[in-house]
Design a binder for this molecule. Structure first.
Ligand code: UDX
Length: 453
Protein backbone atom coordinates (compact mmCIF):
# COMPACT_ATOMS: atom_id res chain seq x y z
CA UNK A 1 0.00 0.00 0.00
CA UNK A 2 1.46 3.36 -1.04
CA UNK A 3 0.97 6.32 1.27
CA UNK A 4 0.74 10.03 0.50
CA UNK A 5 0.98 12.60 3.27
CA UNK A 6 -0.21 16.10 2.50
CA UNK A 7 1.47 18.55 4.86
CA UNK A 8 4.81 18.11 6.63
CA UNK A 9 4.08 19.74 9.99
CA UNK A 10 4.39 17.84 13.28
CA UNK A 11 1.64 15.38 12.54
CA UNK A 12 2.33 14.73 8.87
CA UNK A 13 6.08 14.47 9.13
CA UNK A 14 6.17 12.23 12.18
CA UNK A 15 3.35 10.03 10.90
CA UNK A 16 4.98 9.70 7.47
CA UNK A 17 8.40 8.92 8.92
CA UNK A 18 6.95 6.28 11.26
CA UNK A 19 4.88 4.61 8.50
CA UNK A 20 7.96 4.52 6.26
CA UNK A 21 9.87 2.78 9.07
CA UNK A 22 7.25 -0.02 8.88
CA UNK A 23 8.24 -0.51 5.22
CA UNK A 24 5.38 1.38 3.50
CA UNK A 25 6.47 3.60 0.59
CA UNK A 26 5.59 7.12 1.80
CA UNK A 27 5.55 10.34 -0.24
CA UNK A 28 5.33 13.51 1.85
CA UNK A 29 4.06 16.56 0.02
CA UNK A 30 4.23 20.20 1.07
CA UNK A 31 3.84 23.49 -0.79
CA UNK A 32 6.88 24.93 1.02
CA UNK A 33 9.67 24.24 -1.48
CA UNK A 34 12.53 25.26 0.84
CA UNK A 35 11.25 22.92 3.55
CA UNK A 36 10.89 20.01 1.10
CA UNK A 37 14.40 20.57 -0.23
CA UNK A 38 15.84 20.39 3.28
CA UNK A 39 13.74 17.38 4.20
CA UNK A 40 14.98 15.58 1.07
CA UNK A 41 18.49 16.16 2.48
CA UNK A 42 17.37 14.66 5.79
CA UNK A 43 17.14 17.99 7.63
CA UNK A 44 14.09 18.22 9.87
CA UNK A 45 12.41 21.64 10.24
CA UNK A 46 11.45 20.81 13.83
CA UNK A 47 13.26 19.56 16.90
CA UNK A 48 11.65 16.26 17.85
CA UNK A 49 13.62 13.49 19.57
CA UNK A 50 14.11 10.43 17.33
CA UNK A 51 12.83 12.09 14.16
CA UNK A 52 16.22 12.77 12.51
CA UNK A 53 17.11 9.08 12.75
CA UNK A 54 13.80 8.05 11.16
CA UNK A 55 14.25 10.55 8.32
CA UNK A 56 17.78 9.31 7.67
CA UNK A 57 16.77 5.65 7.55
CA UNK A 58 13.66 6.29 5.43
CA UNK A 59 15.68 8.26 2.89
CA UNK A 60 18.46 5.67 2.90
CA UNK A 61 16.06 2.74 2.42
CA UNK A 62 14.08 4.61 -0.21
CA UNK A 63 10.77 4.20 1.69
CA UNK A 64 10.47 7.95 2.31
CA UNK A 65 10.43 10.68 -0.31
CA UNK A 66 9.52 14.37 -0.39
CA UNK A 67 7.88 16.44 -3.09
CA UNK A 68 6.12 19.72 -3.78
CA UNK A 69 4.21 18.04 -6.61
CA UNK A 70 0.65 17.44 -5.36
CA UNK A 71 -0.38 15.61 -8.55
CA UNK A 72 2.44 13.11 -8.25
CA UNK A 73 1.86 12.56 -4.52
CA UNK A 74 -1.87 11.97 -5.07
CA UNK A 75 -1.61 9.76 -8.13
CA UNK A 76 1.11 7.55 -6.67
CA UNK A 77 -0.78 6.88 -3.40
CA UNK A 78 -3.49 4.42 -2.39
CA UNK A 79 -4.11 6.11 0.94
CA UNK A 80 -3.77 9.90 1.25
CA UNK A 81 -3.49 11.50 4.67
CA UNK A 82 -4.47 15.13 5.04
CA UNK A 83 -2.16 16.52 7.71
CA UNK A 84 -2.11 20.25 6.99
CA UNK A 85 -2.63 22.84 9.71
CA UNK A 86 -6.05 24.04 10.85
CA UNK A 87 -4.97 27.18 12.73
CA UNK A 88 -7.38 29.36 14.67
CA UNK A 89 -8.94 32.33 12.91
CA UNK A 90 -9.50 35.64 14.72
CA UNK A 91 -12.94 34.49 15.89
CA UNK A 92 -11.60 31.18 17.24
CA UNK A 93 -13.00 29.05 14.40
CA UNK A 94 -10.65 26.67 12.57
CA UNK A 95 -9.15 27.96 9.34
CA UNK A 96 -9.82 25.19 6.82
CA UNK A 97 -8.28 26.87 3.78
CA UNK A 98 -5.25 24.53 3.68
CA UNK A 99 -7.56 21.53 3.96
CA UNK A 100 -9.68 22.91 1.11
CA UNK A 101 -6.62 23.32 -1.13
CA UNK A 102 -5.58 19.72 -0.59
CA UNK A 103 -9.09 18.36 -1.12
CA UNK A 104 -9.43 20.34 -4.36
CA UNK A 105 -6.13 18.87 -5.59
CA UNK A 106 -7.31 15.36 -4.72
CA UNK A 107 -10.56 15.94 -6.63
CA UNK A 108 -8.63 17.22 -9.60
CA UNK A 109 -5.77 14.71 -9.81
CA UNK A 110 -7.08 11.42 -8.37
CA UNK A 111 -6.80 8.79 -11.10
CA UNK A 112 -8.14 5.68 -9.35
CA UNK A 113 -9.71 4.51 -6.08
CA UNK A 114 -8.24 6.30 -3.05
CA UNK A 115 -8.88 6.42 0.63
CA UNK A 116 -8.54 9.97 1.98
CA UNK A 117 -7.79 10.06 5.69
CA UNK A 118 -8.23 13.23 7.72
CA UNK A 119 -5.47 13.40 10.35
CA UNK A 120 -5.66 17.15 10.89
CA UNK A 121 -7.94 18.29 13.70
CA UNK A 122 -11.14 19.31 11.92
CA UNK A 123 -14.44 20.71 13.16
CA UNK A 124 -17.41 18.37 13.28
CA UNK A 125 -18.90 17.77 9.87
CA UNK A 126 -15.72 18.46 7.88
CA UNK A 127 -15.12 14.81 6.93
CA UNK A 128 -18.65 14.39 5.63
CA UNK A 129 -18.31 17.67 3.73
CA UNK A 130 -15.07 16.47 2.11
CA UNK A 131 -16.71 13.17 1.07
CA UNK A 132 -19.66 15.02 -0.44
CA UNK A 133 -17.38 17.43 -2.30
CA UNK A 134 -15.21 14.65 -3.73
CA UNK A 135 -18.29 12.66 -4.82
CA UNK A 136 -19.55 15.71 -6.67
CA UNK A 137 -16.22 16.37 -8.39
CA UNK A 138 -15.81 12.74 -9.48
CA UNK A 139 -19.36 12.70 -10.87
CA UNK A 140 -18.67 15.90 -12.81
CA UNK A 141 -15.48 14.31 -14.14
CA UNK A 142 -17.37 11.09 -15.04
CA UNK A 143 -14.63 9.28 -13.16
CA UNK A 144 -15.05 5.48 -13.10
CA UNK A 145 -13.86 5.18 -9.48
CA UNK A 146 -14.76 6.28 -5.94
CA UNK A 147 -12.90 8.08 -3.22
CA UNK A 148 -13.69 7.10 0.36
CA UNK A 149 -13.04 9.32 3.35
CA UNK A 150 -12.19 8.47 6.96
CA UNK A 151 -11.40 10.50 10.03
CA UNK A 152 -8.38 9.25 11.94
CA UNK A 153 -7.41 11.89 14.52
CA UNK A 154 -3.88 12.09 15.86
CA UNK A 155 -3.17 12.23 19.59
CA UNK A 156 0.62 12.56 19.60
CA UNK A 157 2.34 14.92 22.00
CA UNK A 158 5.18 17.16 20.90
CA UNK A 159 8.50 16.13 22.36
CA UNK A 160 7.24 12.54 22.47
CA UNK A 161 5.78 12.42 18.99
CA UNK A 162 7.79 9.49 17.62
CA UNK A 163 7.12 7.30 20.68
CA UNK A 164 3.42 8.25 20.71
CA UNK A 165 3.11 7.48 17.03
CA UNK A 166 4.70 4.06 17.51
CA UNK A 167 2.72 3.26 20.66
CA UNK A 168 -0.52 5.27 20.58
CA UNK A 169 -3.03 5.19 23.43
CA UNK A 170 -5.79 4.38 20.91
CA UNK A 171 -6.58 4.42 17.20
CA UNK A 172 -9.84 6.11 16.31
CA UNK A 173 -11.27 5.36 12.87
CA UNK A 174 -14.33 7.38 11.92
CA UNK A 175 -15.92 6.13 8.73
CA UNK A 176 -19.02 4.36 7.52
CA UNK A 177 -17.08 2.82 4.66
CA UNK A 178 -15.86 -0.76 4.95
CA UNK A 179 -13.03 -0.49 2.37
CA UNK A 180 -11.58 2.61 4.07
CA UNK A 181 -11.74 0.84 7.41
CA UNK A 182 -9.97 -2.27 6.04
CA UNK A 183 -7.19 -0.24 4.42
CA UNK A 184 -6.56 1.66 7.63
CA UNK A 185 -6.58 -1.56 9.61
CA UNK A 186 -3.90 -3.09 7.39
CA UNK A 187 -1.87 0.10 7.68
CA UNK A 188 -2.11 -0.08 11.47
CA UNK A 189 -1.57 -3.83 11.62
CA UNK A 190 1.46 -3.24 13.85
CA UNK A 191 -0.82 -1.54 16.40
CA UNK A 192 -3.39 -4.34 16.17
CA UNK A 193 -0.55 -6.74 17.03
CA UNK A 194 0.49 -4.48 19.93
CA UNK A 195 -3.08 -4.69 21.29
CA UNK A 196 -3.67 -0.94 20.95
CA UNK A 197 -7.42 -0.29 21.43
CA UNK A 198 -9.28 0.50 18.19
CA UNK A 199 -12.45 2.53 18.23
CA UNK A 200 -14.73 2.56 15.18
CA UNK A 201 -17.17 5.44 14.98
CA UNK A 202 -18.94 7.65 12.52
CA UNK A 203 -16.87 10.61 11.23
CA UNK A 204 -18.60 13.17 13.46
CA UNK A 205 -17.82 11.20 16.60
CA UNK A 206 -14.17 10.77 15.62
CA UNK A 207 -13.87 14.51 15.01
CA UNK A 208 -15.45 15.22 18.39
CA UNK A 209 -13.21 12.72 20.24
CA UNK A 210 -10.18 14.77 19.29
CA UNK A 211 -11.65 18.11 20.41
CA UNK A 212 -13.17 16.54 23.52
CA UNK A 213 -9.86 14.96 24.58
CA UNK A 214 -7.81 18.12 24.18
CA UNK A 215 -10.46 20.29 25.82
CA UNK A 216 -10.85 17.92 28.74
CA UNK A 217 -7.09 17.93 29.36
CA UNK A 218 -7.15 21.74 29.21
CA UNK A 219 -9.98 21.73 31.77
CA UNK A 220 -7.96 19.49 34.08
CA UNK A 221 -4.94 21.79 33.91
CA UNK A 222 -6.99 24.93 34.46
CA UNK A 223 -8.78 23.29 37.38
CA UNK A 224 -5.54 22.40 39.12
CA UNK A 225 -4.03 25.80 38.33
CA UNK A 226 -6.94 27.58 40.02
CA UNK A 227 -6.57 25.34 43.05
CA UNK A 228 -2.84 26.12 43.08
CA UNK A 229 -3.60 29.82 43.39
CA UNK A 230 -5.98 29.11 46.24
CA UNK A 231 -3.52 26.74 47.93
CA UNK A 232 -0.92 29.51 48.10
CA UNK A 233 -3.43 31.62 50.02
CA UNK A 234 -4.58 28.94 52.49
CA UNK A 235 -1.28 27.19 53.15
CA UNK A 236 -2.04 23.94 51.31
CA UNK A 237 0.31 22.20 48.89
CA UNK A 238 -1.00 21.63 45.36
CA UNK A 239 1.39 18.79 44.61
CA UNK A 240 0.06 16.84 47.59
CA UNK A 241 -3.50 17.75 46.64
CA UNK A 242 -2.90 16.45 43.11
CA UNK A 243 -1.33 13.29 44.54
CA UNK A 244 -4.31 12.83 46.83
CA UNK A 245 -6.78 13.36 44.00
CA UNK A 246 -4.81 11.24 41.57
CA UNK A 247 -4.95 8.18 43.82
CA UNK A 248 -8.60 7.97 42.86
CA UNK A 249 -8.30 6.25 39.50
CA UNK A 250 -11.51 7.89 38.32
CA UNK A 251 -9.51 11.14 38.43
CA UNK A 252 -5.91 9.93 37.72
CA UNK A 253 -2.78 11.91 38.43
CA UNK A 254 -2.12 12.80 34.80
CA UNK A 255 -2.41 16.43 33.78
CA UNK A 256 -2.68 17.69 37.32
CA UNK A 257 0.67 19.48 37.33
CA UNK A 258 0.15 23.08 38.26
CA UNK A 259 2.12 25.53 36.13
CA UNK A 260 2.09 28.90 34.42
CA UNK A 261 -0.81 27.90 32.13
CA UNK A 262 -1.04 25.54 29.19
CA UNK A 263 0.24 26.50 25.74
CA UNK A 264 1.21 24.88 22.46
CA UNK A 265 -0.33 24.41 19.08
CA UNK A 266 -3.30 22.32 20.25
CA UNK A 267 -5.00 23.17 23.55
CA UNK A 268 -5.46 26.92 22.95
CA UNK A 269 -6.61 26.37 19.35
CA UNK A 270 -8.81 23.32 19.93
CA UNK A 271 -10.64 24.71 22.96
CA UNK A 272 -11.50 27.83 20.93
CA UNK A 273 -12.56 25.74 17.94
CA UNK A 274 -14.83 23.54 20.10
CA UNK A 275 -16.51 26.63 21.52
CA UNK A 276 -17.02 27.82 17.96
CA UNK A 277 -18.62 24.49 16.98
CA UNK A 278 -20.89 24.89 20.03
CA UNK A 279 -21.79 28.44 19.06
CA UNK A 280 -22.64 27.41 15.50
CA UNK A 281 -24.90 24.69 16.86
CA UNK A 282 -26.58 26.80 19.51
CA UNK A 283 -24.76 25.25 22.48
CA UNK A 284 -22.73 27.32 24.92
CA UNK A 285 -19.81 25.26 26.33
CA UNK A 286 -19.43 26.89 29.74
CA UNK A 287 -16.83 24.46 31.09
CA UNK A 288 -14.47 24.87 28.14
CA UNK A 289 -14.95 28.62 28.21
CA UNK A 290 -14.02 28.67 31.90
CA UNK A 291 -10.87 26.62 31.21
CA UNK A 292 -9.73 29.21 28.67
CA UNK A 293 -10.49 32.12 30.99
CA UNK A 294 -8.67 30.43 33.88
CA UNK A 295 -5.66 29.86 31.63
CA UNK A 296 -5.49 33.54 30.73
CA UNK A 297 -5.84 34.44 34.42
CA UNK A 298 -3.06 32.00 35.35
CA UNK A 299 -0.51 33.73 33.09
CA UNK A 300 -1.47 37.10 34.51
CA UNK A 301 -1.23 35.80 38.08
CA UNK A 302 2.34 34.65 37.42
CA UNK A 303 3.27 38.23 36.56
CA UNK A 304 1.50 39.49 39.71
CA UNK A 305 3.28 36.92 41.84
CA UNK A 306 6.70 37.99 40.57
CA UNK A 307 5.75 41.65 40.80
CA UNK A 308 4.52 41.29 44.41
CA UNK A 309 7.90 39.97 45.51
CA UNK A 310 10.26 42.08 43.45
CA UNK A 311 8.57 45.39 42.78
CA UNK A 312 9.30 48.66 44.40
CA UNK A 313 6.48 51.24 44.26
CA UNK A 314 4.52 48.86 42.04
CA UNK A 315 7.04 48.68 39.21
CA UNK A 316 9.88 46.35 38.24
CA UNK A 317 12.10 49.16 37.00
CA UNK A 318 15.75 48.40 37.75
CA UNK A 319 15.09 44.66 38.20
CA UNK A 320 16.61 42.03 35.94
CA UNK A 321 14.75 38.78 35.51
CA UNK A 322 16.29 35.59 34.13
CA UNK A 323 13.75 33.43 32.32
CA UNK A 324 14.65 29.75 32.01
CA UNK A 325 12.75 27.99 29.24
CA UNK A 326 10.64 29.56 26.48
CA UNK A 327 9.09 26.59 24.66
CA UNK A 328 5.57 25.67 25.80
CA UNK A 329 6.93 22.39 27.17
CA UNK A 330 10.29 20.59 27.28
CA UNK A 331 11.85 18.63 24.38
CA UNK A 332 10.44 20.88 21.71
CA UNK A 333 11.50 24.12 20.04
CA UNK A 334 7.84 25.07 19.60
CA UNK A 335 6.90 28.37 21.20
CA UNK A 336 3.36 28.65 19.81
CA UNK A 337 1.01 30.07 22.48
CA UNK A 338 3.73 29.49 25.07
CA UNK A 339 2.87 31.11 28.43
CA UNK A 340 6.43 32.48 28.47
CA UNK A 341 5.44 35.07 25.85
CA UNK A 342 2.61 36.57 27.91
CA UNK A 343 4.60 36.45 31.13
CA UNK A 344 7.71 38.04 29.60
CA UNK A 345 5.53 40.73 28.00
CA UNK A 346 3.91 41.38 31.39
CA UNK A 347 7.31 41.70 33.11
CA UNK A 348 8.65 44.01 30.41
CA UNK A 349 5.47 46.07 30.65
CA UNK A 350 6.21 46.61 34.36
CA UNK A 351 9.68 47.88 33.54
CA UNK A 352 11.83 44.79 34.18
CA UNK A 353 14.87 43.92 32.09
CA UNK A 354 14.51 40.33 30.83
CA UNK A 355 17.24 37.84 29.96
CA UNK A 356 16.20 34.46 28.60
CA UNK A 357 17.61 31.06 27.85
CA UNK A 358 15.88 28.03 26.35
CA UNK A 359 17.67 24.85 25.21
CA UNK A 360 15.71 24.76 21.91
CA UNK A 361 13.22 27.63 21.74
CA UNK A 362 15.39 30.72 21.26
CA UNK A 363 15.72 30.62 17.47
CA UNK A 364 11.95 30.45 17.08
CA UNK A 365 11.49 33.18 19.69
CA UNK A 366 13.79 35.55 17.81
CA UNK A 367 12.05 34.69 14.55
CA UNK A 368 8.42 34.86 15.71
CA UNK A 369 8.35 37.21 18.71
CA UNK A 370 9.74 40.14 16.78
CA UNK A 371 8.05 42.59 19.17
CA UNK A 372 10.33 41.28 21.94
CA UNK A 373 13.55 41.56 19.92
CA UNK A 374 15.72 44.25 21.43
CA UNK A 375 13.92 43.96 24.79
CA UNK A 376 14.93 40.40 25.68
CA UNK A 377 18.61 39.44 25.91
CA UNK A 378 19.02 35.83 24.76
CA UNK A 379 21.78 33.94 26.57
CA UNK A 380 24.20 31.04 26.00
CA UNK A 381 23.00 28.86 28.86
CA UNK A 382 21.02 29.07 32.10
CA UNK A 383 24.01 30.07 34.25
CA UNK A 384 24.88 32.91 31.88
CA UNK A 385 21.22 33.95 31.97
CA UNK A 386 21.13 34.09 35.78
CA UNK A 387 24.24 36.29 36.02
CA UNK A 388 23.50 39.67 37.65
CA UNK A 389 19.78 38.89 37.73
CA UNK A 390 17.53 39.65 40.67
CA UNK A 391 15.43 36.57 40.08
CA UNK A 392 15.19 33.36 38.09
CA UNK A 393 11.80 32.47 36.62
CA UNK A 394 11.71 28.82 35.61
CA UNK A 395 9.06 28.65 32.91
CA UNK A 396 9.63 25.25 31.24
CA UNK A 397 10.82 22.12 33.01
CA UNK A 398 13.80 21.14 30.83
CA UNK A 399 15.67 18.25 32.47
CA UNK A 400 19.04 19.95 31.96
CA UNK A 401 18.04 22.64 34.48
CA UNK A 402 18.37 20.05 37.26
CA UNK A 403 22.13 19.77 36.77
CA UNK A 404 23.52 23.08 37.90
CA UNK A 405 26.14 24.34 40.25
CA UNK A 406 23.66 26.19 42.46
CA UNK A 407 26.20 27.86 44.76
CA UNK A 408 27.99 29.38 41.76
CA UNK A 409 24.71 30.50 40.22
CA UNK A 410 23.42 32.21 43.34
CA UNK A 411 26.77 33.97 43.87
CA UNK A 412 26.69 35.32 40.31
CA UNK A 413 23.24 36.87 40.86
CA UNK A 414 22.31 40.27 42.24
CA UNK A 415 19.28 38.95 44.11
CA UNK A 416 18.28 35.44 45.05
CA UNK A 417 14.62 34.97 44.19
CA UNK A 418 13.69 31.80 42.35
CA UNK A 419 10.16 31.49 40.92
CA UNK A 420 9.76 27.85 40.03
CA UNK A 421 6.62 27.92 37.88
CA UNK A 422 6.84 24.14 37.34
CA UNK A 423 7.65 23.00 40.90
CA UNK A 424 10.75 21.39 39.49
CA UNK A 425 12.79 21.99 42.64
CA UNK A 426 10.04 21.73 45.22
CA UNK A 427 11.71 18.64 46.62
CA UNK A 428 15.27 19.99 46.34
CA UNK A 429 16.25 21.11 49.85
CA UNK A 430 19.54 22.75 48.76
CA UNK A 431 17.90 24.97 46.13
CA UNK A 432 15.15 25.92 48.56
CA UNK A 433 17.68 26.91 51.19
CA UNK A 434 19.95 28.88 48.85
CA UNK A 435 17.24 30.90 47.17
CA UNK A 436 14.15 32.80 48.18
CA UNK A 437 12.19 30.00 46.63
CA UNK A 438 8.65 30.53 45.26
CA UNK A 439 6.99 27.39 43.96
CA UNK A 440 3.51 27.13 42.44
CA UNK A 441 0.62 26.27 44.67
CA UNK A 442 2.24 26.22 48.10
CA UNK A 443 3.79 28.63 50.59
CA UNK A 444 6.04 28.49 53.65
CA UNK A 445 3.22 27.00 55.73
CA UNK A 446 3.09 23.92 53.53
CA UNK A 447 6.86 23.52 53.72
CA UNK A 448 7.17 24.10 57.43
CA UNK A 449 5.59 20.70 58.00
CA UNK A 450 7.98 18.93 55.60
CA UNK A 451 10.99 20.63 57.10
CA UNK A 452 9.95 19.65 60.59
CA UNK A 453 9.68 15.98 59.52
C1 UDX B 1 -1.52 17.86 23.33
C2 UDX B 1 -2.17 16.51 23.68
O1 UDX B 1 -1.57 16.00 24.89
C3 UDX B 1 -2.02 15.54 22.52
O2 UDX B 1 -2.70 14.33 22.81
C4 UDX B 1 -2.59 16.18 21.27
O3 UDX B 1 -2.44 15.32 20.14
C5 UDX B 1 -1.94 17.52 20.99
O4 UDX B 1 -2.07 18.37 22.14
P1 UDX B 1 0.98 18.79 23.28
O5 UDX B 1 0.37 20.10 22.89
O6 UDX B 1 2.16 18.30 22.53
O7 UDX B 1 -0.12 17.64 23.20
O8 UDX B 1 1.44 18.92 24.81
P2 UDX B 1 0.98 18.42 26.24
O9 UDX B 1 2.02 17.54 26.79
O10 UDX B 1 -0.39 17.87 26.24
O11 UDX B 1 1.02 19.79 27.06
C6 UDX B 1 0.22 20.90 26.66
C7 UDX B 1 0.41 22.05 27.62
O12 UDX B 1 -0.15 21.74 28.89
C8 UDX B 1 1.88 22.41 27.89
O13 UDX B 1 2.00 23.81 27.94
C9 UDX B 1 2.16 21.79 29.25
O14 UDX B 1 3.18 22.44 29.96
C10 UDX B 1 0.81 21.97 29.94
N1 UDX B 1 0.57 21.02 31.02
C11 UDX B 1 0.44 19.69 30.77
C12 UDX B 1 0.45 21.48 32.32
O15 UDX B 1 0.58 22.70 32.59
N2 UDX B 1 0.19 20.59 33.32
C13 UDX B 1 0.03 19.26 33.10
O16 UDX B 1 -0.23 18.51 34.05
C14 UDX B 1 0.17 18.78 31.76
Amino acid sequence: MKIGIMGTGYVGLVHGAVLSSYGFPVTCMDVDAAKIERLADGISPIYEPGLDELLASGLRDGTLSFTTNAKQAIQSSDVIFIAVGTPAKEDGSANLSYVQEVVQSIGKYANDYKVVVCKSTMPVGTNRGIARYLDGVLKARNAPFRIDVASNPEFLRQGKAVGDSRHPSRIVIGTENEEAKLRLQSLYDVHIRQDVPFLYTNPETAEMIKYASNSFLAVKISFVNELALLSEKVGANIQDIAAGMGLDDRISLHFLQAGPGYGGSCFPKDTQALIDVGRKNGEELYVVRAAIAANEKQKLKMVHKINDVLSFNGTLKGKTIAVWGLSFKPETDDIRSAPSYDIISGLLGRGAAVKAYCPQGMKQAERLWTDLNGSVAYCENEADCAQNADAIVLMTEWEQFRENSWDTIVKSMRGNAFFDLRNMFAGHAHVRRLFDYYPIGSNELAYALEEAQ
